[in-house]
Write a protein that binds this ligand. Structure first.
Ligand SMILES: Cc1cc2nc3c(=O)[nH]c(=O)nc-3n(C[C@H](O)[C@H](O)[C@H](O)COP(=O)(O)OP(=O)(O)OC[C@H]3O[C@@H](n4cnc5c(N)ncnc54)[C@H](O)[C@@H]3O)c2cc1C
Length: 399
């Protein structure tokens, strides 16, 4: 047996023993997602046990170094682990901006003290992070941000406002961009800094949406004191760190929604829905137009999977996500929207259900997922902005 085969065999038998039965077949159930933090919630009671056994092995962050609590696995081993978790259709034990965004950024740019303080707590799911980038007049034009940080001894005093802070009201810490020098080119006066949201002067206000949910917040800072030790990289060098984090964010959004086993599962559900609602003729979806649409989606998804795989191979060879993460962001999120649109067009009256009797939980979830997929092409930078980046930095086209 090769090392990898024995790793797979051991992992499989460990998972068979330790993966709680209640969570099997819950890989795509949004209620099975655990975000951790100081006030964690578990819709399924066994999610806590799943998190406990996985974090003990560092398998909430399988490839991160063992010295910071990670699993220390190679990329290939981590892929085997992911496959085995998916074989049981288990959800990931932990999810969030700590694992997906600030963790990888601190591993790349953080000081030893910052890594030692934050990475183990991210791995264990003890701290939930949110992102303080966007402001009322700085979304696509992020470098125009105005939240001001003025040096006072070994602290910065921060005043200003962020907006669209996803899950700010459930988070414990924020990574944010502040203006530390207003007199230089706008990108050159920005600092990337970490803030405990329990610090005096911070207020987080949920924005209520028409759906009744409040996934976004406005975050206000009034004379908030942050130690200079919380600056990541150098003062006024935050733009470079901010872009690196966006690379992780864009790769994550694109590949989570567009590729991978969960995306494939959604496409399988689409094919099954097409067969059920439109009927079959000689084993093929009966409606010619919808059959073409489904076939095109399957082909595009296969091509995208291969492209993502090529980039993962690059990551294995030590490459960090660069501007090509914008390609994943645009393509993965638009593929996901096309998949949802196709699904909606086949679901008939159940597609318009929002609440009440007559609609199954699955119906309602599919409608909500369809609406949520619209936001994917805005968050982390809109598709238009990604296309500009691809034109300039990937294709090298002139301004
Ligand atoms: C679901 C979701 C979650 C989010 N979560 C967070 C979060 O946690 N933290 C955070 O900081 N922010 C968050 N955001 C905010 C997000 O980053 C911004 O909405 C996004 O960057 C766009 O900025 P804006 O909304 O100000 O739109 P604008 O920048 O005002 O853009 C408006 C329109 O103009 C287009 N446009 C703008 N500039 C150009 C250009 N140069 N060329 C071509 N077209 C252009 C855009 O594509 C868009 O269609 C979230 C947004 C969404 C939808």
């Amino acid at each position: 047996m090769s090392d990898l085969e024995s790793f797979r065999a051991e992992t499989r038998s460990w998972l068979e023993k330790n993966a709680p039965s209640e969570l099997r077949q819950k890989a795509t159930d949004p209620d099975a997602i655990v975000w951790g933090g100081r006030r964690p919630t578990y819709v399924y009671p066994q999610s806590k046990r799943w998190l406990d056994v996985m974090r003990e092995r560092g398998w909430t962050a399988p490839t991160w170094p063992k010295e910071y609590g990670g699993g220390g696995l190679s990329k290939v081993e981590a892929k085997v682990l992911a496959e085995e978790i998916f074989r049981l259709e288990m959800p990931p034990p932990l999810y969030g901006f700590g694992l997906q965004m600030i963790g990888p950024t601190l591993l790349q740019y953080g000081t030893e003290e910052q890594r030692t303080e934050h990475i183990p707590r991210i791995v264990r799911g003890e701290i939930r992070w949110c992102q303080g980038y966007s402001e009322p007049n700085a979304g696509s034009d992020l470098a125009s941000l105005q939240t001001r940080a003025v040096r006072d001894g070994d602290h910065f005093v921060v005043n200003g406002q962020k907006v669209w802070t996803s899950y700010g009201n459930f988070s414990d810490w924020m990574f944010l961009l502040v203006r530390t020098d207003p007199d230089v080119k706008k990108q050159s006066g920005i600092t990337f800094i970490l803030l405990d949201l329990e610090t005096e002067g911070v207020s987080v206000k949920p924005i209520k949406l028409i759906s009744g949910a409040s996934p976004f917040c406005e975050t206000f800072f009034q004379d908030v004191r942050i130690s200079v030790e919380n600056v990541v990289s150098e003062i006024n060098a935050g733009w470079t760190v901010a872009k690196a984090l966006l690379g992780h964010e864009r790769s994550m959004i694109g590949s989570v929604f567009g590729a991978g086993r969960r995306a494939k599962k959604r496409t399988d559900v689409l094919v099954e829905t097409a067969r059920r609602t439109l009927g079959e003729r000689e084993g093929r979806i009966q409606d010619d137009v919808q059959r073409d649409r489904v076939a095109e989606l399957l082909i595009d998804q296969a091509c995208f999977e291969l492209t993502v795989q090529r980039s993962h191979d690059g990551a294995k060879a030590g490459q960090k996500p660069g501007p090509e993460s914008s390609i994943f962001k645009v393509y993965g999120t638009e593929l996901n929207q096309r998949r949802h649109e196709a699904m909606q067009s086949m679901r008939g009256p159940s597609a318009v259900g929002w609440e009440g009797p007559g609609f199954s939980e699955e119906d309602l979830q599919q409608t909500r997922d369809w609406l949520r997929s619209r936001g994917n092409t805005i968050e982390g930078g809109t598709s238009e902005v990604q296309l500009n980046i691809i034109a300039k930095r990937v294709l090298g086209l002139p301004d």
